[in-house]
Design a protein. Sequence first.
Length: 660
Amino acid sequence: MNILTRFHVLSYRQFITCLMLLLLPFGTTAIAQTAEIDPGPDLVLEGVPRIPESLATSIKRYTTAYGLPMAAWEPQKHAIMLKDLSNSFTAISRVDSPGKDRQVISLIPVGGVYDLYFDPNGKYLVYNKDTDGNEAFQMYFYELSTHKSIRITDGKSRNTEPVWSNAGDRIIYSSTPSGENGVSLYVMNPASPETNRLLVKSSGNYFKAFDWSPDDKMAVYTESISNASSVLWMIDVATGERTRLSPETKEADYYDLPQFSKDSKGIYVITDHNSDVRRLAFLDLTTKALSYLSDQINWDVEEFRISPDGSVIAFITNENGISRFHLLSVKTGKERDIPAIPVGVMSDLKWDSDSQNVGFNLRSSHTPRDVYSINIKTGNLEHWSSGVTGQADLSEIPDPELIHWKSFDERLISGFLFRPPKKFTGKRPVVIEIHGGPEDEYRPTFWGQDNYLLNEEGVAKIYPNVRGSTGFGKAFLNLDNEFKREDAIKDIGSLLDWIAKQPDLDANRVMVTGSSYGGYAALSVAATYNNRIRAAESIVGPTNLASFLENTEGWRRDVRRQEYGDERNPKDREFLERISPLHNASKITKPLFIVQGKNDPRVKASEAEQMISALRGNKATVWYLLAKDEGHDFINQRNIDYVFYSTVLFIQEYLLKQNG
C-alpha cells in the first residue's frame, strides 16, 4: 500500500498530521528541547545571536497560519481542487461541496514545486520545480490516475508557465536554454517529450503565452520589454508565422492576459494603451481596432477570465488595494448584479466547464486565503474553504488603515498602517516595510508571523506604496524610472516626517526593512536618513544596481535594464554607482541585518557580500544570515522560521529599547 492509498480517505487535517509523523524521524522543524534553537547545517550566521527557545516558543503560535489556493474545478463533478505546494511534498485535495472537509486525492512526493497546470480534461497536469531555490525550473508530466510523473525538459534550461491547448494534447511554455538570454516559447505534447520544438525565439525580452484559439491553430502571447511595457502577438502554431496585434506607439504600453473570443474574431486583453489605468479591451482581429469594456471604471483591471461558452467575462479591479468583482455580459456589454463579497484581495479566477460558476481565492487581513465561487444564474456566493489563522488570538488587532502623506514634490503617497492592540500604551515603535518589484503594490492581506510584532511586541507596521508602485496608474508607475530612482527614497523620508507628527507613533524608534528591491530601498533609506532610523534590514536586496544588472540571470537582465537603466552605458552606470547603498556605506552607522539565499539567480549572493565587506570597514553593527539551500524566495519552513526569529531578536535589541 503506497502513501497515497493510505491517505486517500483522510481529511486534509488528518493527512497532514499523519504525514508529519512519518517525516519526523528523518528530520523535523520542531523546536529542540534545548535552551537555544539549532539553526541547522544550511544556515551560515555572522553576528546573529543564537535564538532562545523561549522566544521561538512564543512566536510559533503565529507561524501555523495557512490557506490552500484553488487549483481547478474538477471536470467530472461540481467540486473544487486545492493545492498545497509544500517544501517537502505537493498535495492535491478536493472539496466536494462548500464548507466540506478537504480530501486528499493525489500526493506528489516532491517539494520546490512552483505551480500546477491541469489539462482541460482533468486527466493530467504539468508541474515545474527547481532545486534549492535556483529557479532553473524543470517541467514534469503527471498522470492523476496512476500518480506517476516524468521529467519532460532537459534538466538544464529554465521552463515556466505552460498553457494547455483546448484539446489537451499540447502545451506552449516559456523557456530559456542554459547560458542564453531572454525567454523564448516552445511547444510540445507533454505525453511525448520528443515532440518538443522551438516556436519563437527571443533576443532578450520575455515571451509568455496565454491562450490558444478555439481551433488550437493559433496562440496569443506577450513580449515583455519591461515589467510595465509589452507587445501583443499572435502566432500560427504550425508555421511559426507571427502577427503583431498591438499598435506601434511612441509611448510604452502594457498588455496582459490576452484571451481569444469564442468566435475567434477578436482578443480580450488588459491594456493601458491611451490610458493612465489598465482597462479591459477587445481587439478586433480584422481591423486591429481596440474597444474598451471598463471605460467607466477609473481603476486598474488586474485579472479577467471568459466563461467557456464565451457569454460572460468575470474581471477584478484594484481600487486602493481592495479588489472589486465584476461580471460583464458579452452580448449586452452591461454588468450583471453580484452578491456581497467579503472585503479583501481576490485572484485566480476559474470557471467551471458548464460556465455556471466562477471560483476565486480571497485574502484579507483576517484570513490567509479563502476560496469562494459565484453562481451566475442564482447569484449565490458559496464559501468552499477557509484559511487557518494559527493558534494566537488576533481579535484585538485593529483593521489596517489607509494613510496618505505629501512627499517632497507635494505628490500624495499612500500606504497601510497596522496599529498594535490598545493594550499597548504610549508612543509605539514603527517598522516600515517596503515592497519589492519595484513594480508591485502592498495590499492589506494576512501577514501571519508579522502579527506577533503587533500583538506581542506592540510594534506598529507601515507598508508604503511609494512612487513606482502598480495600482495607481501608468504615470505614477514610471515616476521612479532610471534617473528618478532617488525620488522613491525621498517618499520614505516624507513618511518619516509624517510619523513624527503622529501622537501615538515614536519617530525616535523607526526601523526600515524590505525584500528584493525593497531590500535595496531599505539600504538606501539607511544611507540617506541614517540619523532618523534605529536600524535596517535587507532580505535578498541588491546593494549596487550596476553590479546587480551585470550578474543577474540572462533570462531577465534586459527587462530589468528598462526599469533601472543600462549599466553598459557610462552615464547610466555613473548614476547607479553613485546612488548605490554600497558606495554610500560609510554613511550607515545604525545596526543592519542582511539575509541572503546562496542560490539566488536574481540577486546574487555577491551583492550581500560586497555590502558586508564595506560595512566592516565602517565598523557598523552587522548581522548576516546566508541560507545555503535557498534562492530568492525562501521556501523551507525551518529557514523561514529562523529568519523571523532572528528578525524579532534584532528588533528587540535595536528598536524596542527606549535608548538604542
